[in-house]
Design a protein around this ligand. Structure first.
Ligand code: ZN
Ligand code: ZN
Length: 340
């Protein structure tokens, strides 16, 4: 039985009559996480993780009937058992497990296995069929350990302090920004935020995530405060007059795409920080194996390459069409609305 099917509105669970991350309005939506390409407004009923509730309410403008379910707990929708399991991607991100007449499917949403101090760690879930993302589904994508990466970021920031410069990092405002502020060495200097980052950081704090003090850029009267500080802003703020207030500055862009030299050049920043909230090649294979799934459906990214590789090692793998696009390197996403 094909429990989860792609339709023009999104991934549809027919016996339960609900959709997972639908991109068009539906009667009942079950969401994996609050990134823009997974959380669309306009549906009537939403089921989201308890851990991500504040982020979802912000992203949905609190519209629709929003119900929550904690990780590991289950509910039944029209006879289909539904539960959420940590995906390790951003705060509240969930893999969605659905079970009907003994058949178990898991839709991963976006996920990573690397430790992230701002969200729950990925948990493998055994299933018959696993729908995996493949954003970075190429063997060239292998992430540096966060400890090593953030030591490099700290050194760069310290160097900028010595030169009397501000350090500006462009990073997605949901997830990446909070991971950066939590992971850098706060003793180096003050941390300031763009409004889009500050808004979501508040949701993180109100959910109970312990983050260092940050100050919204708009509340700073004396520009001298920015000297030697770290400013975290969404990619959409790059090359806008907004950045001029910081004076002499060194800029960085944090993304898995920074692995690619061309992407770094196009971004025209001083520093490419290879930091992703998605699984790298090894993590994808580890996660897929851990599910012990008989069938793997691949979506969101380097679909064909991952499908062919999985088939070559004897797995039943197939592509799955969806509209999750948030992470395409060419995609410019407005106003901190993002994916990667
Ligand atoms: Zn996504
Ligand atoms: Zn995402």
């Amino acid at each position: 039985m094909r429990l989860i099917k792609p339709t023009e509105r999104g991934l549809y669970v027919e016996p339960g009559d609900f959709y997972i991350d639908p991109w068009l309005p539906v009667e009942r939506a079950v969401l994996t996480h609050a990134h823009a390409d997974h959380t669309y407004r306009g549906s009537k009923n939403y089921l989201v993780s308890k851990e991500g509730e504040r982020l979802f309410r912000t992203r949905l403008y609190n519209e629709g009937n929003i119900e929550t379910l904690s990780y590991g707990k289950s509910t039944t929708i029209n006879g289909v058992k539904v539960s959420f399991h940590p995906a390790g991607h951003v705060l509240g991100s969930a893999q969605i497990r659905v079970e009907y007449k003994g058949e178990v499917w898991v839709a991963s949403g976006d996920y990573k296995l690397t430790f992230d101090p701002t969200c729950a760690q990925f948990e493998p879930v055994k299933c018959h069929a696993f729908i995996t993302e493949a954003t970075f589904g190429l063997p060239i994508y292998r992430w540096t350990k966060p400890e090593i990466l953030f030591e490099e970021v700290n050194e760069w920031w310290r160097g900028n302090v010595e030169k009397g410069k501000a350090t500006v990092i462009f990073a997605y405002s949901l997830g990446k920004a909070q991971r950066i502020m939590k992971s850098v060495d706060h003793s180096i200097g003050k941390i300031f935020t763009h409004g889009a980052v500050e808004r979501l950081t508040r949701d993180y704090r109100e959910t109970g995530v312990d983050l260092p003090p940050t100050k919204y850029v708009g509340e700073v009267a004396d520009k001298k405060e920015f000297i030697g500080s770290l400013i975290i802003a969404p990619p959409s703020a790059q090359d806008t007059p907004w950045t001029r207030r910081f004076g002499a500055q060194s800029t960085g862009f944090a993304s898995g795409w920074m692995r690619i030299r061309g992407a770094r050049r196009r971004r025209a920043v001083d520093r490419g920080i290879i930091l992703s909230d998605h699984a790298d090649w090894d993590e994808l294979l580890t996660a897929i194996n851990a599910t012990e799934a008989e069938q793997i459906w691949v979506t969101h990214g380097s679909i064909d390459i991952l499908v062919r590789y999985l088939q070559s090692i004897g797995k039943d793998a197939r592509p799955l069409e969806t509209k999750f696009v948030g992470d395409a390197p060419e995609t410019e996403i407005a106003d901190g609305e993002e994916g990667d």
